[in-house]
Structures are given as C-alpha cells and as structure tokens.
Design a protein around this ligand. Sequence first.
Ligand code: TYD
Ligand code: MG
Length: 493
Amino acid sequence: MPFDPISMKLTTSFVCQECGYESPSWLGKCPECGVWNSLREFKTQIFPRSGISLRETKFKVEQGKERLEEIKPKTLGEIKSSEKERLSTGFSEMDGVLGGGLVAGSVILLAGDPGIGKSTLLLQVGLNLSNNKSVVLSRQKVAKDPIGLQKKEREEILLRQLADQNDKGGNVLYVSGEESVEQIKLRALRITASQKQKEQFKLLSINDTDAIVEVVEKIKPSLLIIDSIQTMESRAVGGMSGSIAQIRYAAALFTRVAKTLSIPTILVGHVTKEGMVAGPMILSHMVDAVLFFEGEKATNTRILRSFKNRFGPVDEVGIFSMEEKGIKEVKNPQHFLREYSNKPSGSVLASTLEGTRAFLVEIQGLVVGSKLPIPRRVASGIDVKRLELLLAVLQKNASLPLATLDVFVNVAGGLRLTDRGTDLAICLSLFSSLKNISLVGTVAIGEVGLLGELRTVPYLEKRIKEAKKLGFKHIISYNAYKTLNEAIRSLAK
Ligand code: TYD
Ligand code: MG
C-alpha cells in the first residue's frame, strides 16, 4: 500500500514540552508532570492504525441488505510465521544485541548522549553493509522441497539465493540532518573505506521529513539511517524541529515506510538530562527496539544495551571501543585487563556482569591522610554515594579507621559499574591500600549489606567461572565468608 499523507486527518492538540502529555484543550498546568505553562498547540496528523480499519472492511450485499463480511480470527496454528530474515550489521556485538541482526522492516531507535559516537557507529554499519560483507543471517528455507530436486537444480537455487543475499548488502541510505555530506566524508576518511564502499554508500544531508520519504520510496535502500530524529522537520506539522509533534510525526512516517517497504530503519535520538522523557523516549512505544549507546566520554569504552526489543533479548550487551580510526568491537573478555600486571597494594579484581556476560575488571583504591576538615571521597566508575555507604560499613563492621582519610576509587578500563556484586572488591581494594597489603590476582565477588553481611549475587557461578577461566584462583565470595569482617580478617593474617 503506497503511503498517502493526504488521507491522514489533521487535528489540533496541546502537547506538554516536558513530558509529551497530550490534551485536546489548553491547560495551565500539565496534569502528568505538574509543570506550569508547558503545553503548546500543535497541528497533528492522525495515522491510520495497522490491522483492518473501518474503510477497509468488506461489505457484502445480501438479500438487498448491506452486511459486514465475516471477519474471522485465526488460531495461532493457522498463522503462518514467515521466518524473518536478518541482515548482519557487520558488527557481531551489535547483531547480538539486536537478537541476531537487523530484521527487515524493523525500526530501531539508537539513543545516547551527544558526542558518544552514535553517528560514527552507524556510519561504520552503513559502510560494512556497503562492502557486501553482510550476509543475510538466517537464510530463508531453500525453495519448498529441495530434496525432491536434482542436485544441479538445488545448486542453482542456492547460487541464486546467495546472489540475492549479496544484493541486500549494498544500497545503504544515510540521512543526516546534523552534518553536511562533506563533514560526513571527513569522518569517513578516518575510517578506511574501500572503493566499493565509496560507490555504494549513499549520503543525504537534509532534514525535510517528507522529502526523505520520497527519496526512500524511489531508491528503496536496504538500510535507512536517520541521524537524528530530533533534526527532522515537516511543513505538515507545527513547531520547530525537535518539538514533540515533529519528532512524533517523523517517527510515525518513517515507521510506516519501513513497514510497507520492508526496509530496516535506524533512528538516532540524542538523550539529554531533561530529554530522557521528552526526547526520544516518547518514541519507545512506536519503534521495535530501543538501543542505548553509553560510556564515559573521557574513556573509550562504549556499551550498546537494549532497553526494548521486539525481536530479541533485552539483557544482551555489546562492548565497543572508540579508537582513533573509528569504533572497534571488543570481543575479548580480557580487554579490561590489558594493563593488569603485578600491582602494589590497592588493586583487587571484581567479576562484574554486563547483561548476561561476566567480565573481570580491576578496582583501584587509594587511601591517604587528609589535610581537610572533611576528607575527600572521589569515585570514578562507581557512584560516590555507594562509596560513602561502603566506607561507613568498613568503619563500623570491619573497624577500619577511614573517617579522617582521603579515599579515591577508580574502575580501570572505563567501565561504569552499577552492579552491587562489585561491592566486596571495592571494600577490599581500600583495605589493601590502607594496610599496604598487595592483593594482586585476588578476585572478590559479593554485595555488601548495611550491617556488614555479604550477600550472594546473580550468576555467582558464572562470575567465578570467568575468573577461573582467566587463571585467577584466589576468589573471595559469599561461598567462603558470610560477613565483610570475616573476609578482611582472612586477608590480614
Ligand atoms: P559522534 O559519532 O559524532 O557522536 P554522536 O553522533 O553520538 O553525537 O562522535 C564524536 C566523537 O567521537 C568525537 O569526540 C570524536 C570521536 N571520534 C573518535 O574518537 N574516533 C573516530 O574515528 C571518529 C570518527 C570520532
Ligand atoms: Mg551525531
């Protein structure tokens, strides 16, 4: 069904600029988020829903009367599931997060802080696909009954299919509303591109939503990238680019085109502090998957996490590293231990979980005398409030005199830890620094409770296995000790 914007109804609505709440009339205070004077008037277009609409239902003329043709619900068994084919992004880490590659016609929102590397990642995905390196991951079943065919016929079908698969790779359209094509080319020069990639990769620097749809309908790309949804603008809607009505309109239009033409589409969305709700997150119910690209800007580790995924798991993570020449995948779990060797006191390994994968990371603690009336507590890679809490427990439960000392904690390698299973490692690194006892090669796993008790953590066995796999045998966990004090006493001996 071709897309027909004229058939959409135009209505007026009032949308809260803070949270996206919509009301048919103006209100002084938003009933959803409580902010005053935040509702703005918008002309919005109503999109027909999927499924059978009233206009499409068939009428039968029977015995002189018009009667609705019977609409029959189907049982699950009657519905033929077409095995969705998936296109590889060229990054196995990203394919994993997507649940096995890009599904035809799916719409993915890639959200993240400005400057984190979203454009770079997608440029590389585009180039990967343009290289025809990509393969359709789950092949459609060969013909209907290949066994009944002659060997030669079978081979021919397979060859034809492989040719199809390669065709699917090329023809990527990258639309940027933020940068000129020259700027994107400059970026692409940092990432080496082959002649073939240069020929196949198509760029467009434009932010007119409707014009983009026209181009997409004409060239039918194998992958459409929109960078970013906040810069898209249409004359059919009121408000500037970035306003909620514009974002919604653009997302609805691109989703529609993606579904009707079966084009996988990736929308980029910047997340700002207040934008978490008002920005791209208002789209989360419209798209098939929401991926977050995260990391500390000062370090080069980046994590791709799925927040919602209709075609895959949500606990997968992909780990990347931002390098001088573009983004590289981190497949080796020892990546975070590159600089780990014989350490003086203050270093303990934690076995942490990202999604369902266990990783060893080095926690560094430093404890020194303070000249300040209120000693310093500085944390990088963990929450400073968590550090303060652990310090209080160390003082009370393990009687470590930390109240008048400056305390610094750092997670080496640039990971940001929110996993409570790393509590014990943080505590032991501080103990090690305070007492000048080297704990090199020690892996600590456990959550520390307020009363100094050790708690078991999810996937304890998996974390222990990862440590053993990398050759670390000295593992301190809930399995051996029940309180923080016991664990520390065992090391002080
Ligand atoms: P970018 O992809 O523009 O971020 P986003 O689209 O999320 O806003 O990334 C910009 C940063 O990445 C910038 O600080 C430069 C850095 N960068 C590299 O470190 N290596 C590279 O190869 C490229 C292209 C960028
Ligand atoms: Mg960008």
